[in-house]
Design a protein around this ligand. Sequence first.
Ligand SMILES: C[S@@+](CC[C@H](N)C(=O)[O-])C[C@H]1O[C@@H](n2cnc3c(N)ncnc32)[C@H](O)[C@@H]1O
Length: 223
Amino acid sequence: MQVVRGKRLVEFEAAALEALVAQHDRVLIDVGTGDARTAYRIAKSAPERLVIGVDPAWRRMEKVSNRAMSKPAKGGLGNLLLINSAVENTPPPLHGLADEVLVQMPWGRLLHGVVTGETEVCAGLRTIAAAGASLDVTVGTSIWRPPVPRDIQGLPELTREYVDERLSQRFAEHGWRVEDAGVVDDVVRSSWSSRLGSSKDERVFGIRAVAVSPVGGAASGDL
Ligand SMILES: C[S@@+](CC[C@H](N)C(=O)[O-])C[C@H]1O[C@@H](n2cnc3c(N)ncnc32)[C@H](O)[C@@H]1O
C-alpha cells in the first residue's frame, strides 16, 4: 500500500495499518480526497477517528501530507493517512475497514461511477466498507447546466426520481441500501464545495446509503 509522504510515495505495511486501526474508535475513508484538506480537517476535529484519504492523483495531497507529518504544534496529526489509489483498485488492507465512506464532489471515473451505479466504482466503495458503514456522496448539480462539459454530456442528472427509479437498484446490487437522496443544505466543507459555493445558484445533491449484503447477485468485487 502506497502512502503519501510529502513529495514521495512510501510503502506502508498492513501490520502498521492494523496497529493504527487498533488505536482508534472508527475509520473514515474519504474517496477522491483531492488535496485532502477535508480529510485533514475531519482528522483534526476527531482524534478518536482514523481518517484515510484515497486518491490516484496523489501529488495534490503533498501539502496536507507535509502538514500532517510536522510536529503537533505545527499541525501534525497521527490519525491521518493519505493513500495513492483509485477506488476500483484499493489495496487489500483497506478492505472492510471503513465505518464511514465519503465521496465529495467527485469527477471523472468516480463521478460517472456513482451517478450511473457502475459496477467497478460502486463495488469498489463497498469493498472498503464494513457491514453497516455509511456512505455519503455529494455532487454539485451545476455540472448539468449549460454549457454542459463534454465529460458530463449524456450522464443522467441526479434527481430524487432518478435515484428512486434507477440508481437505488444499482446501488443495492452492489451492497448499498440508499436511505436518503436529495438537495442538501449542510454540505461538508471541502476545497471543491467551497469553490462551487461561490456560485449562489449551486445546489448540491446528496445520497446517503448503508452497507448491506448485495441484492440480486451482481458481481461485486471481492465481497
Ligand atoms: C473535484 S475533486 C474533489 C476533491 C475533494 N473531494 C473536494 O471536495 O475538494 C474530485 C477528485 O476525485 C478523484 N477521482 C477521480 N476518479 C477517481 C477514482 N476512480 N478513484 C478515486 N478518486 C478519483 C480525482 O482525482 C479528484 O481528486
